[in-house]
Design a protein around this ligand. Structure first.
Ligand SMILES: Nc1ccn([C@@H]2O[C@H](COP(=O)(O)OP(=O)(O)OP(=O)(O)O)[C@@H](O)[C@H]2O)c(=O)n1
Ligand SMILES: C[C@](O)(CO)[C@H](O)COP(=O)(O)O
Length: 228
């Protein structure tokens, strides 16, 4: 039994729209619906907890998608707080030992085969796993004047994507510890790394983009129209 937690309590500030980006229309459906269906589509995923903003007025009120349960909870001030709230809102039947997928509501282009590979590799791993993409561009470090001051070695650098797959209890404890230490935790793997664990990097598609700006939404429209 694997459940998903989908953090969807962000305001989409960088996007700059009146409506939070996870509720903007994309290929005929809200962005969040694509993201939810993408994770629920896997046979091993049994349900999802969606972390919503306390003042969310756009949530369509789904109680199930594709016959699988959709539970909501109130997220927090940062993405990690929302993920933690989602973990704590999972049904009691989801034991600490069971796997949980965490997937951004803002990543609607997750490919079926990428999720299948993550689940297959991650569930066989002692720590867990995350989808990621190797850095393919030259990386520059800017100085305070905004000029290129140095080139960073990229051989070992990856861009973290989602979903990320970890066991409920271990991830909950790692997030509680990191947040309790006052750290800004930007993904689940970071909390696991902090306690000395090394999650498995599973190469995912470059087009599993996070909708952050209007250009991302336009690209996602093209990708979904092309068939992913
Ligand atoms: N307090 C927060 C902040 C973000 N998220 C979610 O985490 C995912 C990735 O976050 P991001 O892309 O940063 O979304 P926003 O925080 O909405 O974007 P911005 O930083 O531009 O406001 C999104 O699905 C977002 O809804 C969340 O659940 N709770
Ligand atoms: C979790 C994530 O999508 C992995 O790249 C990313 O860290 C989210 O960052 P954001 O600033 O909350 O969008």
């Amino acid at each position: 039994m694997t459940w998903a937690v989908v953090p969807a309590a962000g305001r989409g500030t960088r996007f700059g729209a009146e409506t939070p980006k996870q509720y903007l229309m994309l290929a005929g459906r809200p962005v969040i619906e694509h993201s939810l269906r993408a994770v629920l589509d896997h046979d091993d995923v049994d349900g999802v907890v969606v972390a919503l903003a306390a003042d969310d007025h756009d949530w369509p009120g789904w109680r199930d998608i594709g016959g699988k349960p959709v539970i909501t909870c109130i997220g927090g001030g940062e993405r990690a707080d929302s993920v933690l709230a989602g973990l704590q809102a999972l049904p009691a039947s989801v034991s600490d030992d069971q796997w949980v997928l965490v997937h951004d509501a803002a990543r609607p282009c997750l490919r079926r085969q990428d999720l299948a590979r993550l689940m297959a590799v991650g569930q066989g791993d002692p720590v867990g796993a995350l989808l990621a993409a190797p850095v393919r561009d030259t990386l520059k470090r800017a100085d305070q004047a905004g000029r290129s001051a140095a080139t960073e070695p990229r051989e070992w650098l990856w861009r973290a994507l989602t979903p990320q797959l970890f066991r409920r209890g271990g991830l909950t404890r790692a997030l509680l510890a990191a947040l309790g230490a006052g750290l800004k935790v930007t993904d689940e793997a970071m909390a696991m790394e902090r306690i000395g664990l090394k999650p498995c990097l599973v190469e995912g598609s470059e087009d599993n983009l996070k909708i952050t700006t209007p250009a991302d939404l336009a690209l996602a429209e093209f990708l979904l129209a092309r068939g992913g």
